[in-house]
Design a protein around this ligand. Structure first.
Ligand code: ZN
Length: 910
C-alpha cells in the first residue's frame, strides 16, 4: 500500500488536479441540454460570473468572488444538482481603450491619426495578446466554470443581443436622443455616467464678485462662485423672492462681467438665503441645478467649454484658453475692473472621473438616453414582492432608494472600443434609421449615403444583458430555455447599482423574468488594520503572490471564512499562513488515517461495539453536518467554514486521533471499527471542506479512496464480504463529483455521547493544566483519585483513554462515587462538579495552592453573582424559557463548584 508524502505539496498538486477536473468534464453541467440524455425536468443551479475586465489582472476582489461562487457551485454540484457556472470577460470600453491609447502615445500617435478602423484592429490585437490573462488567473483559483461556454461581451452572439436590446427599447420609445446635462470627461473626451464620477473633498476658493446693475451708478448684487470661468455662460442671477436685500432688483438686468451681456435678475425659492451672499449666478449650460432652474424660467443655455474643456467662441476674449487658465485670467481682469470683492478658502466637493482622474464638467451634450423610470418600477417590484431576495437584507433599502430616485441613463460614449450604436443618419433626407442589421439604403429616400452614429454604448449596457445574452438570447436556445433564469448573482456590494440593478431591469424588460432569484453581496477586502488597500499606501496584497507562497486553498479558506455577507473583511498574511497550516493539518490527519488502515483487519469478526470516543466523534460529526447544512442554506458560508475547521482541528485531530491510537493498538474488531470511524470522519470532513479548499481535499480523498479499495481487493472477503471501510454508496469518481453529506435527524444518544465524553475531556484538560502548573515532567505517570458521584460508572469505563491522555498511571487510578475521608495535602481539582485528587505532595506548595484556590473561588463567585443578578432581572421574564433554564443550570453548576472548592480549601487548611 502506498504511503502519503510527508508534507502536502500544493505546487505539485493544484495545476495537475485542475487539468484533470477540466479534461474529465466535471465543470460541465451534469444535465446538459446539448447531450442526448438531457432531462428538462431537473432544476439546475446557475451562476453567471461577474465578467472581469479583459484588461484585468487578478486582484483580491476577483479572488473573493471566484472563491465564493466556486464554493456555491461546488456545493450544489455535490448535492447532485446540475450546475452551470458561465465564465467570460467584459470588453471594458474606457479601460481597454485607454490601454491602447497609451501604447499609441509611445509611438507619438493619437487615435484620430490612425483612424477608427486601424484603432479597432490594434485593440483586437491587444485583446488577443493580453486579454486571456485574467481567465488563466481565475483558473488558478480553482474556478469550476464551464469553459466550453465562455463568453466575451463583444463576441458575435452578445453583439447581436445588444443590438436587439437597443432596437427593442427604441421601438418602445424607451431610448431617445437629445441634448441633456451630462458629466463630461475632458481627458477621455466622452460622457461618463453619474456612477463613474467620484467626489473628493479638496481645498479651493469661494470667489465673491459684483454683478453690476444695468443703468445704475455703482449698484451691484454680490455673488459667489467656486468656478469663475462659468460666469461666461451665466444667463441670470437668482435671488429668493422674500429676501429684503434683493427684492428691489427682481426683474432688472445685470451685466455679465467683461463680456457686457445683460441678463435678468430672477426670483426663485430654490435660492438658499443663508449660503454665500444669498444671490446665485445661474449657468444652465454647466451646472445641473442651474439647468433645472433654467428650464423652469425659460433661460437660454450657453455652453462656454468645448470637448477638451477649453473656452469656446462664446467666451469672448477667453476663447481658446484652458478652463483653469481662463479662470485665472478672467478673475485678474475682473479685479482690474474693480468687480472683485474677495476670495475665501473653501472646501470643494470635486467631481473626478473614476477612470481618468481629471475633473469632470457638467455640460449640455446631445447623447442617447434610456428612459429609465418604467424599467426601474419593474425592478423595484421584483424585490418588493420577493421574486428577488437581496442578501444581506439591509441592502434592499439602498436598492429601493437608488431606483426610486433614478435619472435617465446616458448610454452613449464618445469612444471607439465597444458596441457601436445601431443608428444611421441619411445624409440626403436626414432620416434616422435604427436597425438590427446594417441598412443598405434609406427606407425613405432610397439614398445609399448613410452614416452610422459614431458613438458606442456604455459598457454596462452590454453587461446588463449578461445573464441571458451569455445563454444565447435573443435566440430561444436550449441553454437559454434550460438555464435561464439563473439562480444566484454574487458580487461585491460596490456594484449593486452599476451592474446588479441594471441586470434586473434589463432581464425583466427583455425576458419577462427576473434574471436570478438571489443577489448575494460580499464585502470589500481591507488590509489587516482595516485600511482600504491602495497602491499609494503600499498595502496591496497580490493574490498571485499569496497563492505562490501558501497555496490556493489557504487563500480561498481565508477569504471565505473571514467573510460574512455584505461586511468588509480585514485580510492579513498571517491569517493565510495559519490556514496553510490547516491544509497541512488535514494532510497529516490523512496520513494517520491511511496508516491506521494498515493496522486494522480488512473486515470485522462481528457486529460493531463502539467506544464512547467513537460514539462521541460520530455524534459530533452528525451535529456538524446539521450545522453546516443550516448555515449553508442561510448563506452563512464563513460561519460554516469556521465550524468545520474547529471540528477537524480541535476535536478530530487533537482528541479522536489520540484515542484512536490506543484503540488501534488493541487490534481485532476494535481496530477495525476504529479505522472505520477514522475513515468515515475523514471522508465526511473532506466532503464538507471541499467547496472551501478544493485542492488538498481532492488530493487526499483520492489517496484515501485508493487505499481503501486496494484493501478490499487484497482482503479475502470477496465481493460479497462486508464493504470494509468504504462509505455507504461507494466511492465516486472524484471528490468534486461526490455526494454532499446530508443531515440526519438528531438522536438522543448523540447528546448523551457528547455529554459523557465531555466529562473525559474536562478531566483531561484540568489534569493537564495542573501538571503544567506543578511542572510535572510530561512523561511522568501520576496516580489520581476521581470522585465522580453518579457519573463514576461511565468514567470507570474510560480509564484507559483518561490515563493515556492525562498522563495518569492506570494501575493507580481510582474512580469512585463517594469518598468519606478526603485526602489532605494533595492537589485537588474541581471539574464539572467532580473532584480530582492528585497526590503531588512533594510538589505542593501550600501557599501557592491556597492562592490558586482563592483565585478560582473568586472567579466562580463572580459568575454566581452575575447569574443571580441576571435571573433576578426582567431577563428572566422576557427571555424564552429554554434560555432561562440554561442560565439556571449554569448557576446551579457554579454553586456546586463553589461548594466543592470551599471544601477543598478546608482540607488544605486542615
Ligand atoms: Zn434618406
Amino acid at each position: 500500500m502506498e504511503t502519503l508524502p510527508k508534507a502536502y505539496d500544493f505546487r505539485a498538486t493544484e495545476q495537475r488536479l485542475y487539468q484533470w477536473w477540466e479534461e474529465t468534464g466535471f465543470f460541465e453541467p451534469a444535465n446538459d441540454p446539448k447531450k442526448p440524455d438531457f432531462d428538462p425536468g431537473i432544476k439546475p443551479f446557475v451562476i453567471s460570473i461577474p465578467p472581469p475586465n479583459v484588461t484585468g489582472e487578478l486582484h483580491l476582489g476577483h479572488a473573493m468572488f471566484v472563491s465564493m461562487e466556486d464554493l456555491m457551485i461546488r456545493y450544489h454540484r455535490m448535492r447532485g444538482i446540475p450546475t452551470l457556472w458561465v465564465p467570460g470577460s467584459d470588453h471594458a470600453g474606457i479601460a481597454t481603450q485607454m490601454q491602447v491609447e497609451r501604447l499609441l502615445a509611445q509611438e507619438g500617435l493619437r487615435r484620430e491619426q490612425i483612424g477608427r478602423e486601424e484603432f479597432l484592429r490594434r485593440t483586437w490585437a491587444w485583446k488577443e495578446k493580453y486579454g486571456g490573462m485574467i481567465n488563466r488567473q481565475i483558473r488558478r483559483l480553482g474556478a469550476s466554470t464551464d469553459w466550453n461556454r465562455e463568453r466575451f461581451t463583444l463576441d458575435p452572439g452578445l453583439s447581436r443581443a445588444v443590438r436587439e436590446a437597443f432596437v427593442r427599447l427604441y421601438e418602445k420609445g424607451l431610448i431617445y436622443r437629445g441634448p441633456r446635462m451630462i458629466n463630461w470627461s475632458p481627458g477621455l473626451r466622452t460622457a461618463v455616467s453619474d456612477l463613474e464620477v467620484e467626489y473628493t473633498e479638496e481645498p479651493g476658493f469661494l470667489y465673491y464678485f459684483k454683478y453690476m446693475l444695468a443703468g445704475s451708478d455703482g449698484e451691484f448684487i454680490p455673488v459667489a462662485t467656486t468656478r469663475p470661468e462659468t460666469i461666461l455662460g451665466d444667463t441670470a442671477v437668482a435671488v429668493h423672492p422674500d429676501d429684503p436685500r434683493y427684492q428691489a432688483f427682481i426683474g432688472r438686468q445685470v451685466i455679465v462681467p467683461i463680456l457686457g451681456r445683460e441678463i435678468p435678475v430672477i426670483a426663485d425659492e430654490y435660492v438658499d438665503r443663508e449660503f454665500g451672499t444669498g444671490a446665485l449666478k445661474i449657468t444652465p449650460g454647466h451646472d445641473p441645478n442651474d439647468y433645472q432652474i433654467g428650464l423652469k424660467h425659460g433661460l437660454p443655455v450657453i455652453s462656454v467649454l468645448d470637448e477638451a474643456a477649453r473656452v469656446n467662441e462664446n467666451g469672448g476674449p477667453y476663447a481658446g484658453l484652458d478652463r483653469f487658465d481662463a479662470r485665472k485670467k478672467l478673475w485678474a481682469d475682473m479685479a482690474a475692473a474693480d468687480l472683485v470683492i474677495k476670495e475665501e478658502a473653501y472646501t470643494l466637493n470635486v467631481p473626478r472621473s473614476q477612470r481618468g482622474g481629471e475633473i469632470v464638467e457638467p455640460m449640455i451634450s446631445t447623447q442617447w438616453f434610456v428612459r429609465i423610470t418604467p424599467l426601474a418600477e419593474a425592478a423595484l417590484e421584483a424585490v418588493r414582492d420577493g421574486r428577488i431576495r437581496i442578501v444581506p437584507e439591509r441592502f434592499t433599502k439602498v436598492y429601493y432608494n437608488w431606483l426610486e430616485n433614478i435619472q435617465d441613463w446616458c448610454i452613449s460614449r464618445q469612444l471607439w472600443w465597444g458596441h457601436r450604436i445601431p443608428v444611421w443618419y441619411c445624409q440626403d433626407c436626414g432620416a434616422t434609421i435604427v436597425a438590427r442589421q446594417d441598412p443598405q439604403g434609406c427606407p425613405d429616400c432610397r439614398s445609399r449615403r448613410l452614416e452610422q452614429d459614431p458613438d458606442v454604448l456604455d459598457t454596462w449596457f452590454s453587461s446588463g444583458l449578461w445573464p441571458f445574452s451569455t445563454l444565447g438570447w435573443p435566440e430561444e436556445t436550449p441553454d437559454f430555455r434550460y438555464f435561464y433564469p439563473t439562480s444566484v448573482l454574487e458580487t461585491g456590494y460596490d456594484i449593486l447599482f452599476f451592474w446588479v440593478a441594471r441586470m434586473i431591469m434589463m432581464g425583466l424588460e427583455f425576458t419577462g423574468e427576473v434574471p436570478f432569484h438571489t443577489v448575494y453581496l460580499h464585502g470589500l477586502i481591507r488590509d489587516e488594520h482595516g485600511q482600504k488597500m491602495s497602491k499609494s499606501k503600499g498595502n496591496v496584497i497580490d493574490p498571485l503572490t499569496v497563492m505562490d507562497d501558501f497555496g490556493t486553498d489557504a487563500l480561498r479558506f481565508t477569504l471565505l471564512v473571514g467573510s460574512t455577507p455584505g461586511n468588509d473583511m480585514n485580510l492579513s498574511i498571517k491569517k493565510v499562513e495559519s490556514n496553510r497550516n490547516f491544509a497541512n493539518k488535514i494532510w497529516n490527519a490523512g496520513r494517520f488515517v491511511l496508516g491506521a488502515l494498515n493496522q486494522a483487519p480488512a473486515h470485522p469478526e462481528s457486529e460493531p461495539k463502539w467506544t464512547l470516543a467513537d460514539c462521541w466523534v460520530q455524534a459530533r460529526l452528525r451535529g456538524l453536518v446539521r450545522d453546516v447544512d443550516r448555515l449553508f442554506t442561510s448563506y452563512q458560508y464563513g460561519e460554516a467554514g469556521r465550524l468545520i475547521y474547529e471540528f477537524f482541528w480541535s476535536e478530530f485531530a487533537d482528541w479522536y486521533v489520540e484515542i484512536a491510537k490506543l484503540q488501534l493498538a488493541e487490534g481485532g474488531d476494535r481496530a477495525f471499527y476504529t479505522a472505520k470511524t477514522l475513515v468515515e470522519v475523514l471522508d465526511t470532513s473532506l466532503r464538507l471542506l471541499h467547496p472551501f479548499t478544493p485542492f488538498v481535499t481532492e488530493e487526499l480523498w483520492g489517496h484515501l479512496k485508493k487505499a481503501v479499495l486496494e484493501l478490499q481487493v487484497d482482503g479475502d472477503g470477496g465481493p460479497d464480504a462486508l464493504q470494509g471501510f468504504s462509505p455507504d454508496g461507494g466511492w465516486e469518481a472524484a471528490l468534486m463529483a461526490a455526494r454532499w453529506p446530508l443531515p440526519v435527524a438528531k438522536e438522543d444518544s448523540e447528546e448523551r455521547s457528547v455529554n459523557q465524553f465531555g466529562l473525559v475531556m474536562d478531566l483531561v484538560r484540568a489534569i493537564r493544566n495542573a501538571r503544567v502548573e506543578k511542572k510535572v515532567a510530561p512523561s511522568k505517570r501520576i496516580p489520581a483519585v476521581i470522585v465522580a458521584g453518579e457519573r463514576a460508572p461511565i468514567l470507570q469505563q474510560q480509564g484507559k483513554p483518561l490515563s493515556a491522555l492525562a498522563g495518569l498511571d492506570p494501575s493507580l487510578l481510582t474512580i469512585q462515587q463517594e469518598m468519606t475521608d478526603k485526602p489532605a495535602g494533595q492537589t485537588a481539582l474541581v471539574v464539572s462538579g467532580m473532584q480530582v485528587f492528585l497526590p503531588l505532595e512533594e510538589l505542593v506548595n501550600k501557599d501557592e495552592e491556597k492562592s490558586r484556590l482563592q483565585a478560582e473561588m473568586e472567579e466562580v463567585k463572580s459568575q454566581v453573582v452575575r447569574l443571580e443578578a441576571l435571573l433576578a432581572s426582567p431577563f428572566a421574564q422576557k427571555a424564552p424559557t429554554p434560555v432561562v433554564e440554561k442560565e439556571k443550570q449554569k448557576l446551579a453548576s457554579y454553586q456546586e463548584t463553589l461548594a466543592k472548592l470551599d471544601e477543598q480549601m478546608k482540607i488544605l487548611l486542615a
